[in-house]
Design a protein around this ligand. Structure first.
Ligand code: UD1
Length: 363
């Protein structure tokens, strides 16, 4: 049986890092990399440090408007699928890359597996929300991370027999990769950091970077916070461009660094006092390794982490961000309380996924 995986952005690569070798082992497995992310530190670094094999196809699609980027991917994915004739196509989560894969597969009647199915922010202005709804509705196997996602799919009328609650591959990948990160104390030492003496900050969501008032408010907040605690900020290229466009400056207490690979990121999360981020992946990575995460968005797909008090949904209003951080810095026992919250996580997620694909293929 031939399986094809389409990926293209850094979260897809890291969250698939535990599954990819297992797909290679159990199936004839071809990988298409769309090249949605292409800078070395947004792409190749993950393959190198996570010991992942090279994709079979590199499309070099690059950046562009949503329509242009998605269309370029679709044309090339279709050509490859005509040649390769896979039995299943796997796409992951919600960037434009899985959207392109899902649309091509469903038009070619190639059965589609959607991983991280059923996550919803209920904010249709997020491009990712549209992407994930379409992927779910095209899919023949929906691999949901938890019961919340399962219930979202049921509410949208999807066929129950297609949905499997498997747990989170992001958590499984984090637990695999953090072991490698912990062997490398140099990763934070080389930045002159030590355990608990800094806060990690990341920002890249369109709703935060593309609205100048929101971005200005967040930058002001982070500058204020940096008067009380060191802030380390690996900057996404989208955000670097947005700051330049708006003429916004970060104060010297904010240590801006280039985007980092997964091991350095995990090391930063692991050693930070807490994390402030609008990334979906980082919310789960922080949760898995018990570092509190303040979410700089107005909604989150990962409510299992906020409902139990592991993460805190702060929003993207500058004043709110400052007051939430001040509260934590004034009450360190609250940081400890968040990090102590225990999660009831599914294990053997990737093994389960392989078993499900094998079973479904027999039908
Ligand atoms: C995409 C995903 C988002 C995911 C994020 C992870 C969509 C709609 N969004 O957002 O769900 O959380 O990836 O990072 O697919 N750029 C570079 N070099 C790169 C990649 C991007 O300079 O290697 C710059 C370009 O200016 C580009 C901008 O970043 O226009 C945005 O990149 P894009 O891939 O369109 O979306 P992300 O913001 O990365």
């Amino acid at each position: 049986m031939k399986i094809m995986t389409v990926l293209g952005t850094r979260p897809e690569i890291t969250k698939l890092s535990a599954l990819m070798p297992m797909l290679d082992e159990h199936f004839e497995h071809k990988v298409i990399h769309t090249g949605q992310h292409y800078d070395h530190n947004m792409d190749q670094v993950f393959f190198d440090e996570l010991n992942l094999r090279k994709p079979d196809y590199m499309l070099n699609v690059g950046s562009g408007s949503h329509a242009k980027q998605t269309a370029k991917m679709m044309v090339q994915i279709e050509d490859i699928m005509f040649e390769e004739k896979p039995d299943w196509l796997i796409v992951f989560a919600d960037p434009n890359t899985p959207l392109a894969g899902a649309l091509v597969a469903s038009k070619m009647h190639v059965p589609l597996i959607h991983m991280e199915a059923g996550c919803r922010s209920f904010n249709k202005k997020m491009p990712e929300e549209i992407n994930r709804i379409i992927c779910d509705h095209c899919a023949d196997i929906l691999l949901a991370p938890d019961l919340i996602a399962y219930n979202n799919l049921m509410r949208e009328g999807l066929d129950q027999s297609k949905i499997h609650v498997v747990g989170s591959t992001a958590i499984e990948a984090t637990l695999r990769n953090v072991k490698l990160a912990r062997e490398r104390v140099d990763l934070i030492n080389e930045l002159g950091l030590s355990k608990g003496n800094f806060v990690l900050f990341t920002l890249h969501r369109a709703e935060n970077t593309d609205d100048s008032n929101v971005l200005r408010g967040i930058v002001d907040a982070v500058n204020q916070i940096s008067l009380r605690v060191n802030v380390v900020f690996p900057i996404h290229p989208r955000t670097r461009n947005a700051l330049a466009r708006e003429g916004l400056k970060l104060d010297s207490g904010v240590r801006v660094i280039e985007p980092v690979g997964n091991l350095k990121l995990l090391s930063l999360i692991d050693n930070a006092k807490f994390v402030m981020s609008d990334s979906g992946g980082i919310q789960e990575e922080a949760g898995a390794i018990d570092t509190p995460c303040l979410i700089l968005r107005n909604e989150t797909e990962w409510t299992y982490l906020t409902d139990c008090g592991k993460n805190l949904l702060v929003g993207n209003d500058g004043d709110k961000i400052v007051s939430s951080v001040n509260f934590l810095l004034d009450n360190p026992q609250e940081i400890e309380k968040m990090s102590q919250v225990k999660l009831n996580l599914k294990t053997d997620v990737c093994k389960d996924i392989v078993r499900i694909i094998k079973n479904e293929s027999k039908k």
